[in-house]
Design a binder for this molecule. Structure first.
Ligand code: IFM
Length: 450
């Protein structure tokens, strides 16, 4: 037992391609929707782009050394589709595959198990130009990309995730427009969600082999009603439907939640695609949970819906998030570790024997590099301690929780927030690209090695 965790429990840290790699025009990489979006004025808080980011493309060996020194035994990274198939379809770029082979081989050299995610949001721009996740063809192209990538790397990478947080791709990308590609039609978010899930299912069909382990990383969150009133409880049902059940039910129970399709006026649209449900709901080897915070919601005073607004809540546009007084991270996200328990237990109820991983967990705080070169991020350490304690309790209770990945190994490009939010257990000085292990990283190291 390591600090109350069984010996086989996986400890890792995670990153994602566009957030850390940089080198956006190197070795034949094509443009992704995030290149286009970040270069569009007004989209990113500090006007930043991922052009250089952490320069992980060139520094991955140093970063992996650091990860291994921290006592971590697994690295969750994502593969950039536009490095592998720059135009999105047909022509494969051997240099892209070679990069991820070097990355995976370096992991193995350092005793670190690679966990690869095939899609952490960098859709090749030509596919967005052809309709993006609003068209079925993108799901099919994703299957082809997954097949080529898996065939080339499955001797060195055994753990695969198809998608990262399809809720974000669909609802932030196509509903609210806060993320690439920046589209803002509520109903489109649901269409995108279906094509993402279909892409997941088709990819799984194409890559699954007995030696590998295959899953998906979701970002479910507990949704609480602000009061016991029927209106607030209905608001919570609606938001829970969009955030959680729209993804968990087709994946784990083979059906879409009827109430969500009804609330959003999408019942007829989804009815055309019933035949996709067995593909989407094919058995998984694990589900990854990216957990940050719970949400509490209340019904609006007026009408629940204002169609036509940019929104992450189609059919429930006017539902409001309520501040319950919990401490918050720099993202404004309330800190409540028991939410991790709630979400893991609820997934376990849907799929009792399915192995679960916490594939992301962490917090942004305004870190300061002190004059003596340290980052004393007590809040982040406390956040990690509290959430890891919940994992320990759940494992002791017999929940099939198999691993925990901190988000993130490195400070990085936090999407619409640019570099203004730091989630790393390792500080990155973006000007010099120097890496400095934060106090939270040292704490984790001690926790894992003591
Ligand atoms: O940085 C993101 C990551 O890309 C996906 N999950 C949430 C993180 C923090 O916002």
């Amino acid at each position: 037992m390591t600090n109350g965790f069984p010996p086989g429990f996986t400890w890792g840290a995670a990153t994602a391609s566009y957030q850390v790699e940089g080198a956006v025009s190197v070795d034949g990489r094509g443009p992704s929707i995030w290149d286009t979006f970040a270069h569009t004025p007004g989209t990113i808080a500090d006007g930043a782009t991922g052009d250089v980011a952490d320069d992980h493309y060139h520094r991955f060996a140093e970063d992996l050394r650091l990860l291994a020194d921290l006592g971590l035994k697994a690295y969750r990274f994502s593969i950039a589709w536009p490095r592998i198939i720059p135009s999105g379809s047909t022509v494969t770029n051997p240099a892209g595959l070679a990069f991820y082979r070097r990355l995976a081989e370096t992991c193995l050299e350092y005793g670190v198990t690679p966990y690869a995610t095939l899609y952490h949001w960098d859709l090749p721009q030509p596919l967005e130009d052809a309709g993006g996740w609003l068209v079925r063809d993108t799901a099919e192209r994703f299957r082809d990309y997954a097949a080529v990538t898996h065939a080339a790397l499955s001797d060195v990478v055994k753990n695969w995730m198809t998608l990262n947080e399809p809720w974000c791709s669909a609802f932030l990308g196509y509903g609210s427009g806060e993320h690439a590609p920046g589209r803002t039609v509520g109903a489109d978010a649901l269409k995108a969600a279906h094509h993402l899930l279909l892409g997941h299912g088709l990819a799984l069909e194409a890559i699954r082999c007995p030696e590998g382990s295959y899953g998906i990383a979701l970002n479910p969150a507990p949704i609480h009603a602000a009061s016991d009133s029927a209106a607030d409880r209905d608001a919570a049902r609606r938001v829970d439907g969009l955030r959680n059940r729209l993804f968990l039910e087709p994946l784990l129970a083979g059906k879409y939640p009827a109430d969500v399709l009804e609330d959003t006026g999408m019942t007829d649209w989804f009815a055309q695609f019933e035949a996709d449900l067995p593909v989407i709901g094919a058995p998984l080897d694990f589900v990854g949970v990216n957990y940050y915070c719970p949400t509490t919601v209340a019904a609006p005073d007026g009408p629940i819906s204002s169609p036509g607004e940019p929104t992450t809540q189609p059919g429930s546009e006017n539902i409001v998030a309520v501040d319950t007084g919990l401490p918050k991270t720099q993202m404004g996200w309330p800190v409540q570790a028991s939410g991790l328990r709630d979400i893991l237990v609820s997934i376990n109820k849907l799929a009792p024997d399915l192995p679960l991983y916490v594939t992301e967990n962490g917090a942004a705080y305004p870190d300061e590099l002190t004059a003596d070169g340290t980052v004393e991020d007590h809040d982040r350490q406390a956040y990690l301690e509290q959430h890891i304690a919940v994992c320990r309790e759940l494992v002791a209770e017999g929940l099939p929780l198999k691993g925990y990945f901190a988000w993130s190994l490195l400070d990085n490009f936090e999407w619409a927030f640019g570099f203004s939010r730091r989630f790393g257990i390792v500080y990155v000085d973006y000007a010099s690209q120097q890496r400095i292990v934060k106090k939270s990283g040292r704490w984790l190291q001690e926790f894992l090695t003591s």
